[in-house]
Design a protein around this ligand. Structure first.
Ligand code: C2O
Ligand code: CU
Ligand code: CU
Length: 461
């Protein structure tokens, strides 16, 4: 009952308690925006790029003809794209002009603890500042950034604080994947609106968030040329898992996931993304005649099927040259060191709280002591009847086993920072904890669950 009050005060004056009917929102009439690429205010080539971002409220047209009050980085919804390069440092000066304290977290990044977005060390509301240091000491990856303030992260993300952060390196640049205008970051999420078109946030309110946004527009279309596109999907929804497919049932290639490219492309007819996960896919629209329209659909469940099944429409409206290729080998995954420590974690819900190993998050309580440099296997079990996932800060891990089966191929076989865990399922991950010491979080990335306590602290020392 904190952030919501402040935000509601900034939205439509009259008390609007009725929901917008998602069926009343026109489908595929607005073009999908492209997130603006942020420009550094200072660059030292191959050494450092400095950015300044201001968190501020803004009015955006999410629904056709309606101005919705959202929270933004630099006035953009979706948030801007920061482009970084491995081993070239990024500094981001964040100014918080929002009415609540914020702690910015770069999801999937290998960063010093004091730049990781501590849940209780906040950038003060109404003008506070902090500079975050991101050394980018990791391979190419499609990351994102969002608020991590304790209990407020869920609402802040819902109100719009989510940006894209792409690290590239020589391995990725050495391939000739679709690039430039044909490499498109797409944030997918859901939202709930009142009948004035203002965002309506309640904790744990999954069943009412029934409007689907792609790059900040409700059910938009994207005009494409009849050629290959690289689409980088990031699920920035609080709670919704998307299972994405093409409406004609045709297959496409998945080339990457959270921590960059897969070892080799895989041919898939769908990709499943729980909150926080990313999928890098290549769709070859050259198989369609100019004039074809097709939809990206969500085969996941939850909410009225008619609305939820639709996500985004592709309109093939022109031809274009295409010299890009998806090679049969994309990268070599780092060799895993032998694990010397095993731990188990159980995710559970009940009595209005959400827990890991039976306890809800308490700031600064050390739940797990990790020896610096050690390699560990974590066995994580979802004891409930709904989906959870598991996200670990600091590292990119490997998913080594799912539901008793070893992972040797497929979408789990890459560098991951967030892994979906279905009801009753057990997943094993392996990671080496190196690079930085300090306190880092691990949690369910269903933001509302994290806010309800499904989060804990490890200390690497
Ligand atoms: Cu995407 Cu702990 O965060
Ligand atoms: Cu994270
Ligand atoms: Cu959860």
């Amino acid at each position: 009952a904190t952030a919501g009050t402040a935000a509601a005060a900034g939205s439509a004056g009259a008390a609007a308690t009725t929901d917008l009917d998602p069926a009343s929102v026109p489908k595929f009439t607005q073009a999908m925006p492209l997130a603006p690429v942020a420009t550094p205010y200072m660059s030292m080539p191959m050494m450092m790029d400095c950015y300044a971002l201001t968190m501020q409220e803004a009015n955006k047209e999410i629904l056709p003809g309606v101005q919705t009050r959202v929270w933004t980085f630099n006035g953009s919804f979706p948030g801007p794209v920061i482009k970084a390069r491995s081993n070239v440092r990024t500094l981001v000066d964040q100014t918080n002009n929002l009415p609540v304290g914020i702690s910015v977290h770069l999801h999937g990044a290998h960063v010093p603890a004091d730049s990781d977005g501590d849940p209780v060390v906040l950038i003060p509301a109404n003008g506070g500042t902090k500079t975050y240091t991101y050394p980018n000491t990791q391979p190419h990856a499609s990351l994102w950034f969002h608020d991590h303030a304790h209990h407020a992260e869920s609402e802040s993300a819902f109100r719009g604080l989510a940006g894209t952060y792409l690290i590239t390196d020589d391995i990725e640049q050495g391939l000739n994947l679709p690039s430039g205008a044909y490499d498109v970051p797409i944030q997918l999420r859901d939202a709930r609106f009142d009948d004035q078109g203002q965002l309506l946030y309640q904790l744990g309110d999954f069943q009412n968030r029934n409007v689907i946004l792609a790059n900040g527009r409700a059910w938009p279309f994207h005009a494409v040329a009849a050629r290959k596109y690289r689409l980088r999907f990031c699920n920035t929804a609080n709670m919704r898992t998307f299972t994405l497919a093409l409406s004609d049932g045709s297959s496409f290639q998945q080339i990457g996931s959270d921590g960059g490219l897969l070892p080799a492309p895989i041919t898939v007819s769908q990709v499943t993304l729980s909150p926080g996960e990313r999928a890098d896919v290549v769709i070859d629209f050259s198989r369609y005649a100019v004039g074809t329209t097709l939809e990206l659909v969500n085969q996941g469940t939850g909410g009225p099927a008619e609305q939820i099944g639709k996500v985004l429409q592709f309109r093939v409206d022109r031809t274009a040259a295409d010299t890009s290729v998806v090679p049969s080998t994309l990268r070599t995954l780092p060799v895993m060191a032998a694990a010397t420590v095993n731990r188990s974690f159980v995710l559970g819900m009940g009595g209005g709280i959400a827990t890991i190993n039976g306890v809800a998050y308490v700031p600064d309580r050390i739940d797990t002591e990790v020896a610096y440099g050690s390699t560990e296997i974590w066995t994580i079990t979802n004891s409930g009847t709904g989906t959870h996932n598991f996200h670990v800060h600091l590292v990119q891990f490997r998913v080594i086993e799912r539901a008793g089966a070893q992972v040797t191929a497929g979408p789990d076989y890459g560098l991951k920072d967030t892994v979906r865990i279905g009801p009753g399922e057990t997943v094993k991950i392996q990671a080496t904890f190196t690079g930085y010491r300090g306190q880092y979080l691990y949690h369910c990335h269903i933001f509302d669950h994290a806010a309800m306590g499904m989060m804990a602290t490890m200390r690497v020392s």
